[in-house]
Design a protein around this ligand. Structure first.
Ligand code: SF4
Length: 377
């Protein structure tokens, strides 16, 4: 991996005291989390991937269900991708699931299903960056490797009064060296977890709880009254709005689902067909054009079903969904690896992006409302 020149940060004269205070605090205050009950590298790996950009409380039920379905790394490697994506459905950032699946297959092929405890080998696994590698190697194997996530960067910015932008790779790499210097011999797993836990529970983004902090007496930001203004973090660009049209297309009681390309946003998930709506085009106009171009189907649009707004890191989808029928005499594409005709009840078997799950829910509510109206007549 290409490394930019990192910044050098000094761990100061209190490194041993800081490490000791953190370990003592962690021994008493750590949360009882399901992934902390095991030192199994696969389980720790799964939890670390799920926890990226996702809250602990959201991850808990996913983690439990995941291990019920894929109790071992080999079980995950052997599962079909569709089952893996379905188990991930709703967690977002689906490339994490695809990469974990493919890395598990790699570990089975190259290491007989055992996660290697070698930093160079772990670093080559798909989707495993320096943070995940450090977390797995230190927690599962107690290897002295730093694991610096956003929580740790915030904590270090304050504890050592570091005013560099934490979005810069050089800052992260400097902090990794700082963390490495702080790791006490033989305590890497607990020390790395203590850093993350303190960042999550005490040195929180707003209103850090300095009165309850075990390293307050060493904290340079607290001494300078700067704890609320750190870390320095460049503002991310606002997500770009994109108008999208989706068609719930019926033919003989079935609905068309299509699979997104393997690579790219939401790769491998299923959805109602459609695509980007050109500026000024209605949902109906966009669907006529996109569905004819992509599948050769001529449509009869029935009407508007629902609108869904979904925010990604870099994009905001403003999705409009319409219901439609295949026009009489139109060609009907055959089922394939990327195209299925399913009954409305079967839609939930497929892994769908959250925005399309909402379209499916609106469809089912609409069908159920129609049924009830018919029964009342
Ligand atoms: S004293 Fe306050 S700002 Fe400093 S590390 Fe502790 S919680 Fe964070």
């Amino acid at each position: 991996m290409k490394r930019t020149k990192h910044r050098a940060y000094d761990d100061g004269p209190h490194a041993a005291n800081i490490a000791g205070a953190l370990l003592n605090w962690f021994a008493v205050h750590q949360r009882d989390l399901p992934w902390r009950r095991s030192r199994d590298a696969y389980r720790i790996w799964v939890s670390e991937i799920m926890l990226q950009q996702t809250r602990v409380e959201t991850v808990r039920p996913y983690y439990e269900r995941w291990l019920a379905q894929f109790p071992t790394l080999t079980a995950l490697a052997e599962a079909p991708q569709e089952q893996v994506l379905k188990a991930w459905e709703g967690l977002g950032y689906y490339s994490r699931a695809r990469n974990l699946h493919s890395a598990a297959q790699d570990v089975v092929a190259r290491y007989g299903g055992e996660v290697p405890d070698d930093p160079d080998a772990v670093a080559t696994l798909k989707g495993v960056g320096p943070y995940t590698a450090g977390a797995v190697l230190s927690i599962a194997f107690n290897r002295s490797v730093p694991a610096v996530d956003g929580n740790v960067m915030r904590l270090f910015s304050r504890l050592f009064l570091i005013e560099d932008d934490i979005m810069q790779p050089a800052t992260r790499q400097g902090m990794e060296q700082l963390a490495l210097a702080l790791i006490p011999a033989g305590q890497a797993g607990n020390f790395n977890q203590a850093l993350m836990e303190l960042g999550a529970l005490v040195c929180s983004p707003t209103s850090p709880k300095c009165l309850a902090c075990p390293v307050a007496e060493y904290c340079q930001a607290l001494a300078a009254g700067r704890q609320e203004s750190l870390p320095v973090k460049a503002k991310a660009k606002a997500p770009r709005p994109v108008d999208v049209a989706a068609g719930v297309i019926f033919h003989e009681g079935r609905v068309l689902l299509v699979r997104r390309p393997e690579e790219g946003l939401l790769g491998g998930l299923w959805e109602f067909p459609g695509g980007e709506r050109p500026a000024g085009a209605t949902c109906e106009q966009a669907l006529h054009q996109r569905i004819a171009e992509s599948y050769g189907i001529e449509l009869e649009i029935e009407g508007h079903l629902t609108d869904v707004r979904h925010v990604f890191t870099h994009l905001v989808w403003n999705l409009a969904a319409c219901t439609a029928r295949v026009a009489p005499g139109s060609p009907i594409p055959e089922e394939s690896e990327t195209l299925r005709w399913v009954t409305p009840d079967q839609i939930s078997r497929y892994p769908l992006p959250v925005a399309h799950q909402k379209v499916a829910a609106a469809l089912l509510a609409c069908l159920s409302g129609n049924r009830q109206a018919k029964m009342r007549r």
